[in-house]
Design a protein around this ligand. Structure first.
Ligand code: FAD
Length: 429
């Protein structure tokens, strides 16, 4: 048997079920990652699908993955090319019999899968897909099918907490030395991807660095070294600095850490250091993350449609000038502006900020929420299709918010930035 692991948003070696399955019998195993040029193209609105922040984080992630795999005697090929060309070629070259990959269901990914399938001999290659991005595995949730997932988060959370268990992490052991060979291809640079190199902004909340090794360091720091986890619920609505929230989103998004790993580290922390409402709240937020994935599984392409999963018909505008004002932090609301400038300069924005700028765009200005969601997709270092579109629908009133709230931006600024420090930090003086 010859095994190929096609890495996508599961860029880790520990608790990676595809890698575990491929390597457990110590048969020949290699890995591949494709930097798909289509991910870095400019769209019709004039911005890139992936901007420099996430691209840089991804390249750092790949470097770390390649090293960590080499330690396990598993070679990783990295190509700046399309998967439907690269994967079949590797399959032929290495007489691959089993292809392992994380299961994705959104249209772009399914389309690429289908193209890859067209170019390989399906009778000779077994296609083995695993859901590996969840906290609660789809086979373990208390719903017989995805269409039974409730539209209200609390209902979902309570039932899962009561009736489902989180699976233990799988641990990958090294392959025999003979499995390893040096793959000559080097990792492309930002410039190779058509993006400019840049330095971390001096006001950046957090110096995100890609890779599983850094994700594990962040857990160690946020949990055990600083014990910030013990006050997470109290600080999570903060706006400035590295300690107000976990900052684990970027690693979770490209799968360089699994949600299960974080869950089990929280359990360790609760046993060794402290267990309180704050420590639980990080799990609560990870369940939100799962929930949006299940909503996406349930509703399919509807999460990308203007009327959302609610099929609500609102009057939406789409004004270029408004879009420029919003993205450049040039609106009448200094709190919105500060957040949008932070995103533009760093690729990150707090959860409090995201909710406010989204509400302002979709509810105050009644502008088409999808272009704003696309802009977030471009800019965010932690872009995750389900969390992004799920939260956007929620804030635009076409998703899972049973109360359909609109934020009072001035009041939000008074509550969360009473002294105006955050606004001063980012607004041009
Ligand atoms: P923490 O507060 O430390 O939370 C821990 C983890 O829980 C996060 O890393 C994340 O994985 C999960 N989480 C927390 N809040 C949410 C939430 N509301 N929805 C889903 N998961 C959550 N998050 C993304 O990861 N990718 C996105 O593309 C994304 N787009 C968003 C768009 C909008 C309009 C809004 C309102 C929110 C969006 N979020 C997104 C959710 C949230 O803002 C970020 O997960 C969070 O700010 C990341 O910082 P953190 O890791 O320090 O979060």
């Amino acid at each position: 048997m010859n095994n190929l692991v096609w890495f996508r948003n599961d860029l880790r070696v520990q608790d990676n079920n595809s890698l575990f399955e491929a390597s457990k019998n110590k048969e020949n195993t290699i890995g591949v990652y494709c930097l798909d040029p289509r991910q870095f193209e400019t769209n019709k609105h004039g911005f890139k699908k992936t901007e420099k922040f996430r691209a840089k984080f991804l390249l750092e992630t790949l470097r770390d993955l390649k090293n960590n795999l080499a330690d396990l005697n598993i070679p990783l090929y990295i190509f700046h090319d399309i998967p439907e060309k690269v994967v079949p070629e590797l399959i032929n070259k290495h007489a691959i019999t089993n292809l392992f990959l994380q299961k994705e269901w959104t249209p772009d990914e399914v389309l690429i899968n289908n193209k890859v399938k067209e170019n390989i001999n399906r009778t000779e290659v077994k296609w083995i897909e695993t859901y590996d991005q969840f906290l609660f595995h789809p086979n373990d949730i208390p719903y017989v099918s995805f269409d039974k997932i409730p539209e209200v988060f609390t209902e979902f959370r309570k039932k899962c907490e009561k009736e489902s268990k989180i699976r233990p992490c799988v641990s990958i052991t090294a392959m025999p030395k003979e499995n390893f060979f040096v793959t000559s291809n080097i990792i492309p640079s930002l410039e190779d991807l058509g993006l400019e190199n840049f330095k971390l902004h001096k006001n950046a909340a957090f110096p995100f660095r890609g890779g599983e090794t850094n994700a594990l360091k962040r857990i160690e720091h946020y949990f055990f070294e600083t014990e910030n986890l013990s006050v997470y619920k109290k600080t999570r609505n903060g706006l400035i600095g590295e300690s107000y929230s976990s900052k684990l989103s970027a690693w979770l998004a490209n799968g360089s850490i699994s949600a299960r790993t974080i869950y089990w580290e929280v359990q360790n922390y609760e046993r060794e250091i402290c267990k309180n409402e704050d420590t639980y709240w990080l799990i609560f937020e990870l369940i939100w993350r799962d929930y949006f994935k299940y909503i996406s599984l349930k509703h399919g392409d509807k999460i990308f449609k203007l009327n959302g999963i609610l099929n609500k018909e609102y009057e939406w505008k789409l004004n270029d000038k408004a879009f420029r004002q919003w993205t450049n932090g040039n609106t009448r609301e200094p709190f919105v502006n500060a957040n949008m400038i932070e995103l533009q300069k760093t690729g990150f924005m707090s959860n409090r900020g995201r909710q406010n700028v989204a509400s302002y765009w979709a509810k105050e200005w009644e502008q088409d929420w999808r272009i704003a969601a696309k802009y977030f997709e471009s800019m965010l270092i932690d872009y995750d299709v389900h969390s992004n579109y799920g939260n956007w629908m929620y804030n635009a009133g076409v998703g899972n918010d049973p109360r359909d709230r609109k934020f009072n931006i001035k009041r939000q600024a008074e509550m969360y930035d009473a002294k105006g420090e955050y606004q001063d930090l980012w607004n041009k003086k």
